[in-house]
Design a protein around this ligand. Structure first.
Ligand SMILES: [Zn+2]
Length: 176
């Protein structure tokens, strides 16, 4: 399990939650999970089975309220996941990688590793930028979450596409 830069942890967390929104489920089979992990830079071998898939889908639902909830509820969720799945952080430069921080126990299952890693990423991000920087898209027909590190540019939408679609819809509503 690969290098854990903070950017990578937050991307993992956001993309994991976005594998199930109003759009169809993207993690249907162990092969889907394997593709997700490879897409996010996990090196081979990436072996996953049905139990890993079930565990990861559960982690996804633990993380979802962090983007929806109020800050103290989000903090409680992250603290609970860290308490259950994270170990005392330790530095590693295994396999010739740059020094990086691990927070999952060595030999953790994919579910445990994702829980610990994404919770650490979200916790660090919220501590740096505030929970307001973790949000759900404001478009009526979108449920995607996003992380917005640009402090002075508050964002309401996951993408410019959702932003312009919503603007057009409200223009039409006003005109009618
Ligand atoms: Zn959106």
């Amino acid at each position: 399990m690969e290098i854990q830069s903070p950017d990578r942890q937050i991307r993992l967390a956001v993309d994991l939650v976005n594998t199930r929104t109003f759009e169809p489920e993207q993690l249907n089979t162990p092969a889907d999970l394997r593709a997700f992990l490879l897409d996010h830079g996990e090196p081979e071998p990436v072996d996953v089975d049905g139990a890993d898939l079930a565990a990861v889908r559960m982690v996804r639902e633990w993380l979802r309220p962090v983007f929806h909830g109020d800050p103290s509820q989000a903090a409680r969720v992250l603290n609970a996941v860290l308490e259950r799945h994270a170990v005392r952080p330790y530095l590693s430069d295994h396999d010739g990688t740059p020094w990086h921080l691990h927070v999952a126990r060595p030999g953790a299952s994919w579910g445990e590793w994702l829980a610990a890693t994404t919770a650490l990423g979200l916790a660090s991000f919220a501590a740096g930028h505030g929970f307001a920087a973790l949000a759900v898209c404001a478009a009526a027909d979108c449920e995607r979450v996003f992380a917005n590190a640009a402090e002075n540019r508050p964002r309401k939408f996951c993408t410019p596409r959702c932003s312009s679609r919503t603007r057009v819809a409200s223009y039409r509503a006003r005109r009618n």
